[in-house]
Ligand binder design. Structure first.
Ligand SMILES: *Cc1c(COP(=O)(O)O)cnc(C)c1O
Length: 388
């Protein structure tokens, strides 16, 4: 009887309700502390989170901002990237990567993805460079780092900025540096933009974002840009923005940051459970992890083989949903096929991204899912895929 009842529960894509049940009391205490402090913008809580997050990433500075899109845009603006400049981004990403470039006034240059990891194709980046290129923005998609060493070589050789879109990659690691220790995403370019949107691996109770960098001058410029351009002596040397990270969110984020490695480890456990449970299913391709990467599994992106049409994937997603299993697609429409860009690019321009968009399916993955829930997803998938 009891097992029956449990089986009826839906498997959420992410499980905020379970998080709230478990940690709501502790979070209320954190929030009460901020209320009692009487400091509601800036202040010690923000500074404490920024230094904790910089330490976590292994950078000298972290600058909190209102969201991840702003983190990207303000960094481009702080570098003076704008009209007449090209910025190279992957076609296989979320719209905010492109929007940040657009809102900075620069020109979006798209490149295709690697077929297996889905991250930016480094060879295609080389081809896309022009004399107008000022920045490259690789995305550590699904929590798997982009291949940063060759990208850094390209950026150095051409004198362009390298900005990580690390919205999926809080805590992910890339191959060892000079001292042989793996480095975290956020410390692999000239700067990195993080989002703390609630569904991200480190998520706020609302919106938030942050830039990490070793460059003190960039950090100072960003601190002014996020705060109306305010510098010393009430002077505003640049036209800035209101893009601040609230101390309330900063306090929650600092509380969560202390637990992030454990939650990411749980994500990795569940990813391994999927990998074992779905091994040998001929119709599915499972996510690939490079030998030099430690993914933080923001998503578990499988692909439905033997089709370039989205119909089979969508039928599979519908069947799972009828079974109470929520899934997601990252991303259903690549940047170049978004209708806001109608006429600028064509279907067929970035075939790998298009194929992934039609065939990929992100399975439920949340540190608070139970092993049984993952097994239920595996069983249902095996059943439906056999009928494809
Ligand atoms: C979430 C996300 C962003 C933007 O973050 P917001 O905080 O929602 O502005 C940027 N890039 C990628 C890849 C994302 O997934």
């Amino acid at each position: 009887m009891r097992i029956q009842a449990v089986r009826m529960q839906p498997v959420r894509y992410v499980n905020f309700a379970r998080f709230a049940e478990r940690f709501g009391g502790e979070l209320q205490a954190v929030m009460s502390g901020v209320v009692a402090s009487g400091v509601y913008v800036g202040g010690d809580e923000l500074a404490a989170f920024e230094s904790a997050f910089a330490r976590f990433c292994g950078t000298a500075h972290a600058v909190g901002v209102a969201n991840g899109t702003d983190a990207l845009e303000l960094t481009l603006r702080a570098w003076g990237v704008g009209p007449g400049d090209d910025v190279v981004i992957p076609a296989n990403t979320a719209m905010p990567t492109a929007l940040a470039v657009e809102h900075a006034g620069a020109n979006v240059v798209l490149v295709d993805a690697e077929d297996d990891t889905g991250t930016i194709d480094v060879a295609a980046v080389r081809v896309a460079l022009t004399p107008a290129t000022r920045a490259i923005v690789p995305v550590h998609l699904y929590g798997h780092p982009a291949d940063m060493d060759p990208l850094r070589e390209i950026a150095r050789a051409y004198g362009v900025h390298l900005l990580e879109d690390a919205a999926h990659a809080h805590g992910a690691r890339y191959r060892g540096g000079a001292n042989g220790r793996d480095r975290r995403c956020g410390a692999l370019g000239d700067a990195a933009a993080f989002s703390f949107y609630p569904t991200k691996n480190l998520g706020a109770i609302g919106d938030g974002g942050c830039i990490t960098t070793d460059n003190a001058e960039l950090a100072t410029r960003l601190r002014a840009l996020r705060n109306n351009g305010l510098a010393a002596n009430y002077d505003h040397p640049v036209l800035g923005f209101n893009s601040r990270l609230d101390p309330l969110q900063a306090a929650i984020l600092r509380w969560k940051l202390a637990r992030l490695d454990a939650w990411n480890a749980r994500r990795a456990e569940l990813a391994e459970r999927y990998a074992n449970g779905l091994a040998g299913v001929a119709q599915l391709s499972l996510p690939v992890v490079r030998s030099w990467a430690t993914s933080v599994w923001h998503a578990y992106p499988i692909r439905v083989r033997a089709t370039a049409q989205s119909g089979v994937r969508d039928a599979l997603a519908r069947a799972l949903l009828d079974d109470g299993i929520e899934t997601n697609v990252h991303y259903r429409t690549p940047i170049h096929l978004q209708s806001c860009y109608a006429g600028r690019w064509q279907r067929g321009d970035f075939p790998v991204s298009e194929r992934r968009a039609a065939t990929m399916l992100s399975l439920p993955l949340d540190p608070f899912h139970t092993d049984d829930e993952i097994d239920r997803v595996i069983d249902a998938l095996r059943r439906y895929v056999a009928a494809l």
